[in-house]
Design a protein around this ligand. Structure first.
Ligand SMILES: O=P(O)(O)O[C@@H]1C[C@H](O)[C@@H](CO)O1
Ligand code: URA
Length: 355
């Protein structure tokens, strides 16, 4: 039975329904099946916002080995993560080369590939991550990547949590408490259940160490449409509610088990679920929203906070690769690098078919 998105169906999927949905979203070898009959009929599929295409690039050769697609808001964070994961999985680039921003000439997102890991920026908010998700899911399909796992490495506002706490989402709600992602399509609201992989969330939580000098917790994440009024802030350019109204709303969220507020979790959980892709969200809190609205921590503190979700995700990736005996098997294959910044620019421009 099709999942209509109401709470009963979201929470009560039977094994049979799950199996049926697996066969809709995956080929027997684990590669991603698209729920869109039109794509197969197209001569080529241009992944416009990531500057790749099914005819202009050998996507199987470039991305067929991808196992993890990690995404986060800023190009800088995702470049940092690419270098960090390279170090952690013991990957060495050939001398004189550097990681290449594969999507540089889209001028939209930045993407890096280190062995089986993609690190890509998604920008801010539902629309921006939604577009990237369409193209990353199609990229996985064209590349015939097997059972890829998507992880969002983000930042957020915490609710009743010390700043710097790591929150692993196990469910997602919108500002009205609904756990589906709704958007108008052809003049009608389409609701898609926002579901994350609870097992993956537990596996990530198990990798938090008692020696970490911060807490790691699991809970519900609220996805807002906006940073200011949509997150109950009184410090935007507009505000028609009082501090008391705001505190009532935030305290009510706490009572309902909401641990953090960010801006991408709804499309991220809904579209990965619809594609049959296991997915998790790991965010660090920049502030405790019960104590204020302004993000005022010094830059160095925020930079260190942002490393925390990256550390947890790196532990997971390392453990996974270790379990497959693949941790120290990287010898220069599987990453996308360029010889020197100057040569890289020339090569990219020569091979660019669209901008
Ligand atoms: O992954 P990021 O840090 O972008 O996540 C949150 C949600 C918004 O995109 C942004 C707002 O500051 O941060
Ligand atoms: O409060 C915050 C902090 C970071 N990102 C958000 O969306 N909200």
């Amino acid at each position: 039975m099709a999942n209509c998105g109401c709470k009963d169906h979201i929470n009560n999927n039977t094994e049979k329904e799950n199996e049926a949905s697996d066969s809709l979203t995956r080929y027997p070898d684990g590669s991603v099946k698209l729920r869109n009959p039109h794509i197969q009929l197209m001569d080529q599929d241009i992944l416009y916002h990531i500057a790749l295409g099914s005819e202009s690039h050998d996507l199987i050769e470039m991305f067929g080995d991808v196992k993890f697609v990690c995404m986060g808001g800023t190009p800088k964070r995702m470049e940092t993560f690419a270098h960090y994961i390279m170090e952690e999985i013991g990957y060495k680039l050939p001398t004189g080369t550097t990681l290449m921003d594969i999507s540089q000439y889209s001028y939209r997102y930045s993407m890096y590939k280190v062995g089986p890991v993609i690190s890509v920026s998604h920008g801010m908010g539902v629309a921006s991550i939604g577009i990237l998700l369409h193209e990353m899911i199609k990229l996985m399909y064209h590349a015939k990547a097997k059972e890829p796992i998507f992880i969002r490495i983000g930042t957020c506002g915490g609710l009743d949590l010390e700043p710097g706490t790591v929150v692993i989402s196990d469910s997602v709600v919108d500002g009205l408490g609904n756990s589906f992602y709704s958007m108008p399509i052809l003049g009608k609201i389409v609701k898609r259940p926002a579901i994350l992989d609870k097992k993956l969330a537990r596996e990530l939580k198990a990798l938090a160490s008692v020696d970490d000098p911060y807490d790691t917790t699991v809970g519900t994440t609220m996805c807002a449409e906006d940073f200011y009024e949509g997150q109950g802030r009184i410090d935007g350019a507009f505000c028609d509610f009082t501090e008391t109204d705001k505190m009532q709303y935030l305290e009510d969220l706490v009572k309902k088990g909401v641990k953090n507020i960010e801006m991408e979790s709804l499309p991220f959980s809904a579209l990965t679920h619809l594609a049959g892709i296991r997915a998790a969200i790991v965010c660090v809190t920049f502030l405790n929203r019960l104590k204020g609205d302004q993000v005022a921590a010094p830059k160095e503190v925020m930079n260190e906070y942002q490393e925390r979700p990256q550390k947890l995700v790196a532990r997971y990736i390392k453990k996974y690769l270790q379990s497959k005996g693949r941790l120290s098997s990287f010898d220069g294959h599987g990453s996308i690098a360029v010889k020197s910044p100057r040569r890289f620019k020339l090569v990219q421009q020569e091979s660019q078919t669209f901008e």
